[in-house]
Design a binder for this molecule. Structure first.
Ligand code: IPD
Ligand code: CA
Ligand code: CA
Length: 262
């Protein structure tokens, strides 16, 4: 693997360390403490424990870096030049229900651009990594987006709406529009893995509204480095940490975007 920045090495090391506790917690989900953050939105003791390990590991090397995390919030707010963007467990609902479709997701941002990132499913032992200019990898193998050009043959993935969403009808009508024009739509419950699967060609595209930056930060660089296209739609309505994202193999991009905007 040709990825060699100090930051990607730090992220990989932190993920490996945190994954041991994630695997242990996944094996004992009946003992997890679960609390509610809102309708259909939960946080478990595993999310908090994982995040703590990741923060500690990354801070050992760079105590001065900014950090944006799902569970703790913002650390070192004044450092906006170098930031880690952390989702300790993306796919908590799957995790809590014993479904092995979740991942640790960490992106590294410099001067407002994601430079590298890792999405790691510790159960399948699939580690997706990418670094600007040096490609995207699944474990040690270079990955590329799919070559699918025909929208009616495409397999795409989406997520949401969240329990608290105020635009559920809009999201469902988009789902119907897209479903009528593609071969298949999937909904797997981990935005980070959905994007990683576009990067390695398992899916031809992915879209979702109302995401948070930590859901997608690592995925952004992964798809770009795998030859795909990343687009934020209706961007003017997005807060800095809230995103509507469309990622594709680039070949079906315009058509999929058209179906979403219909
Ligand atoms: C969630 C997952 C899910 C997506 C939700 C996210 P979490 O993240 O990525 O696929 O549909 O919008 O909030 O809460 O499991 O980290
Ligand atoms: Ca998430
Ligand atoms: Ca999470």
């Amino acid at each position: 693997m040709r990825l060699n920045s100090p930051q990607i090495n730090l992220i990989i090391k932190a993920c490996m360390k945190a994954s041991r506790s994630v695997i242990r917690d996944f094996g004992e989900i009946e003992n997890l403490q679960v609390s509610s953050k809102g309708p259909g939105d939960f946080v478990t003791s595993a999310d908090k424990r994982t995040e703590k390990i990741l923060i500690e590991e990354l801070q050992k090397a760079h105590p001065e870096y900014g950090i944006i995390t799902e569970e703790t919030g913002i650390i070192n707010k004044s450092n906006t030049k170098n930031r880690w963007i952390i989702d300790p467990i993306d796919g908590t609902f799957n995790f809590m229900n014993g479904i092995p479709q979740f991942a640790i997701s960490i992106g590294y941002e410099e001067d407002n651009e994601i430079k590298c990132g890792v999405i790691f499913n510790p159960i399948s032992n699939e580690m997706f990594c990418a670094e600007k200019g040096n490609g995207a990898y699944l474990n040690n193998t270079r990955i590329r987006v799919s070559k699918q050009k025909i929208i009616s043959d495409a397999i795409v993935v989406t997520g949401g709406p969240k329990g608290a969403s105020k635009i559920k009808d809009k999201i469902f009508s988009e789902y119907i529009n897209v479903s009528k024009s593609v071969a298949n739509v999937r909904k797997f419950g981990s935005a980070a893995l959905d994007i990683a699967y576009v990067a390695c060609g398992r899916f031809d595209g992915y879209w979702q509204r109302e995401l948070s930056y930590w859901d997608i930060a690592a995925g952004i660089i992964l798809v770009k480095e795998a030859g795909g296209f990343v687009d934020f739609f209706e961007e003017e309505k997005n807060l800095p940490l809230k995103k509507n994202i469309l990622v594709t193999n680039s070949l079906i991009h315009e058509e999929l975007r058209g179906l979403i905007n219909k």
